[in-house]
Write a protein that binds this ligand. Structure first.
Ligand code: CA
Ligand code: CA
Ligand code: CA
Length: 163
């Protein structure tokens, strides 16, 4: 008699579990991997592809390859200053620690300035480039090239599905 009541109850619990699991799986698949829902831009790092080797501020000769670092400027304010790159050749990678652009920043003109860190003299300005983050949303490229004068940078972008 007992199993007559217990069995349908267990079967119902199993069905409920499968239903909940399916709902969670759908949520995970659509919620986590729907890249079209991403309304922000993350720049993990910058690859410096090219720069003017005769940049104006390079007043001290024989300093060797510059100690490159980047400043992210939003609305004319310095919003982020990176660590100095370890790279001593091109392309030189500068870590941007997954810098996030979201909200109104997405449609602003962002300026990235590249400098040489000098110990004995003041830092040298090497070059700069501008871009608007929302321009990258359509293509969803892992790598976006931006240029300013002799300066050429590849921005390494991060997307939700880990592409
Ligand atoms: Ca220098
Ligand atoms: Ca230097
Ligand atoms: Ca200097």
């Amino acid at each position: 008699m007992r199993s007559f009541f217990v069995f349908p109850l267990l079967a119902t619990m199993k069905q409920t579990f499968i239903l909940i699991a399916t709902v969670f799986l759908c949520f995970f698949l659509t919620g986590c991997c729907d890249e079209s829902a991403q309304d922000y831009i993350i720049i993990e790092s910058i690859d410096v592809i090219a720069f003017d080797e005769d940049y104006d501020d390079d007043t001290v000769p024989d300093e060797g390859f510059p100690e490159l670092y980047a400043i992210v400027r939003i609305n004319g304010d310095n919003d982020y200053i990176s660590e100095v790159s370890y790279s001593q050749a091109l392309p030189a990678s500068i870590d941007l620690e997954s810098f996030l652009f979201i909200g109104e920043e997405m449609n602003l003109q962002i300026e990235i300035l590249i400098f040489d860190d000098d110990e004995a003299t003041t830092e040298d300005f090497i070059g700069s480039t501008t871009f608007v983050p929302s321009d990258f949303l359509l293509q969803r490229n892992r790598r976006e090239t931006v240029q300013g004068g002799f300066l050429e940078l590849d921005l390494m972008l991060k997307w939700e599905c880990g592409s």
